[in-house]
Design a protein around this ligand. Sequence first.
Ligand code: PAF
Length: 299
Amino acid sequence: MEIIRKTALLQARADSVRAEGRRIALVPTMGALHPGHLSLIAEGLARADEVWVSIFVNPTQFNDPEDFEGYPRTFESDVEKVRAAGATVVFAPTPDQLYPEGAETWVEVGSLSEPLCGASRPGHFRGVTTVVSKLFLAAKPHVAVFGEKDFQQLAVIRRMARDLGFDIEIVGGATLREDDGVAMSSRNLRLGPAARSQATVLIRAIHGAERAVAAGERSAQALLEDVRKTIEEAPQASLDYAELRDPDSLAEAPPQLDGPTLLALAVHFSPDPDGQGADVRLIDNRVLLPQASPRTSTE
Ligand code: PAF
């Protein structure tokens, strides 16, 4: 496996792999790899001849400098994991390779970037779509794989790829979960032990909403009230957002759910009372599937 740090070298390698008629899958990451990332590599291997993994903590997608500084960096062990998972290239550019001195070109997707994480983290998606465009131009992949835990990010990147005519298949990889149901995330490493055990509130809130919908609840307000109550049960948690949205357009769901509806959650966890852990924001989501017949007042 090769570690490549220069964009021009990666482009040359992409050209020669393509010239041999071989397919490249790219898995863009910011490192701190966990089994969720490795499942994205497996997804890539199923769809291409070579999987390349980029590891770059992208400064332009962090709206909070402390979050950027504190983001876990575990490069040596990441490289070992990538090697063991069967990828052939790690692209680990220095910042100047992606953002040359004086760079002032941005890629920005419109309305899909505005709600949810776009509203809580201004500029975040502009940073994501800009860096992902640069990674696409550097790696020239046939396929790119992104986790479905970042549901909105996946939607935004699909739209960007379509709008800019990138000839790249964008694939979503299923969210992997820890034994207690917490979605795997590099950010979990930054939670104190007490906050980590409270992080199950996200999946508990999701399961509660799923059960309510299965029992016939269709009121968006009632579903969101229950979600909020569940989150409040965790003393270190504070809700950033809990929203119901159309899974394709990300437009707000109607007051009575009438079809597949995205439940998207973002929750902040404060450091443990004894000072362990950092301030960490976790996200999770589920597409709720109301069946045809909603609950009525006579049921
Ligand atoms: O999902 C991530 O890890 C990042 O947002 C990505 C797609 C690698 C861009 O920096």
